[in-house]
Write a new protein. Structure first.
Length: 419
């Protein structure tokens, strides 16, 4: 079981290191390297558009790899997604700038980002299920959280790597320094593949009628037989992913644009990722005792309360206020993230669990993390620099998420083989 949890965690760390590395670069590098011919605001928005494209591809990856994960098994998908992600990330580190090859530079960047999105869309479901479907029923929440814990750990590693190279002089950082973390991904993939190849298949999947399973189209069955579960799952997952979009990308870009030191802000963002990790561990543990819904509700209510304090702290533009906003905000995010993986998995039967859970989480990632930085930047720009419109819009989204949590049923005691 320790080997399985290590595989789930380490693979997710690598995948989300790659994915969040792009988020960091989109905030502080790509506007200067791939969109240098645009104004500052237009370059930032264009960079966030490429960021959103990766999130748009995540549901596609969840459906594609969920299809094969539900029909052929979880393990093969995990190996494939890691390989695709590693190649795409290393390729970004080798891309020439717009000054050298013109418009082909952002075009190639978008292609690599699409591959990243497809890969991480399949990774999360497989990593989560290989842990959850091997764990005792009383520890499912904690086991499933190992795939989610890879996100803050990967974010911590990605932010730290960008922070380290950002200490270089500006011209060196923008010419070659930012590429080093992307190329480092290839080494991480080699280590991850070594761990992944040593695990076995999920016992719940192995118990299915394989011939009957091969005749199914999982996504069609999810949409036909489980639309309510899918809709609730997407709304509930959006609650924490909007916090991610604000804290991981928009806030970093916004504060640096206001004049804060880049390296300092990135170092403080690492503290936010650490707070997210700790909160997710504690919340996942508690969800195995108290249930999934209480922790999801507590986190979402806390997010509703903290919307305007967080945005005002970020908008102050100082390192201290940024630190307070990000640390508290990502701790709240972790409270929701901890039980989320198990909750989504427990909505669907084994034969559809990979596709169903991935569809929920990755669609929420697209709507929450993917478009939030772009929407936030546009709303603040349209408001003449104010954050009130952004705050009220975010409150409305979180209120819908809270209603979905209150409507959903508790899933902690469900028998996975009997759903």
């Amino acid at each position: 079981m320790r080997r399985i949890l290590l595989s789930s965690f380490s693979g997710s760390v690598i995948e989300f290191y790659d994915f969040v590395l792009y988020v960091m670069a989109a905030a502080v590098v790509f506007p200067h390297v791939f969109f240098s011919d645009l104004s500052e605001t237009a370059a930032t928005i264009a960079s966030f558009v490429t960021l959103a494209i990766g999130y748009v591809a995540r549901p596609l990856g969840g459906v594609i790899f969920g299809h094969f994960g539900d029909k052929l098994g979880r393990k093969g998908v995990l190996v494939t997604t890691m390989l695709v992600m590693g190649v795409a990330t290393a390729a970004i580190g080798l891309l020439p700038s717009t000054e050298l090859i013109g418009v082909m530079a952002p075009v190639l960047l978008v292609i690599c980002r699409l591959l990243q999105g497809v890969a991480v869309g399949g990774e999360w479901g497989g990593a989560m299920l290989i842990a959850l479907e091997n764990s005792p029923a009383a520890k499912r929440g904690f086991a499933a959280s190992f795939a989610n814990l890879g996100a803050p750990a990967g974010a911590l590693l990605a932010t730290g790597s960008v922070s380290a190279v950002s200490a270089l002089p500006q011209d060196q950082f923008l010419s070659w320094g930012w590429r080093v973390p992307f190329l480092f991904s290839f080494l991480l993939v080699v280590v991850g593949m070594f761990i992944r190849l040593k695990i076995g298949e999920s016992p719940l999947f192995a118990s299915l009628d394989q011939e009957a399973q091969k005749r199914k189209v999982p996504i069609l069955e999810v949409l036909r037989s489980y639309p309510r579960q899918a809709g609730l799952g997407i709304l509930i997952a959006i609650s924490q992913l909007t916090i991610d979009g604000i804290a991981t990308s928009w806030a970093v870009s916004h504060v640096i644009d206001m004049g804060a030191d880049r390296t300092t802000i990135l170092n403080l963002k690492m503290l936010g990722s650490l707070a997210l990790f700790v909160a997710a561990v504690v919340s996942a543990r508690l969800s195995d005792r108290w249930g999934r819904r209480p922790l999801l509700a507590i986190g979402t209510i806390a997010a509703l309360i903290f919307v305007f304090p967080m945005l005002n702290l970020i908008h102050t533009g100082t390192a201290g206020s940024f630190a307070a906003a990000i640390i508290v905000g990502q701790f709240i995010q972790g409270t929701i993230l901890g039980p989320l993986a198990a909750f989504l998995a427990e909505l669907f039967p084994t034969r559809l669990r990979f596709t169903g859970a991935s569809l929920c989480f990755q669609t929420a990632a697209t709507l929450g993390s993917g478009f939030t930085p772009l929407i936030a930047t546009s709303l603040v720009a349209a408001s003449g620099g104010g954050i009130a419109v952004l705050g009220w819009a975010w409150l409305g989204v979180l209120a819908l998420c809270l209603v979905a949590i209150l409507v959903a049923s508790e899933s902690r005691t469900r028998d996975l083989s009997a759903i």
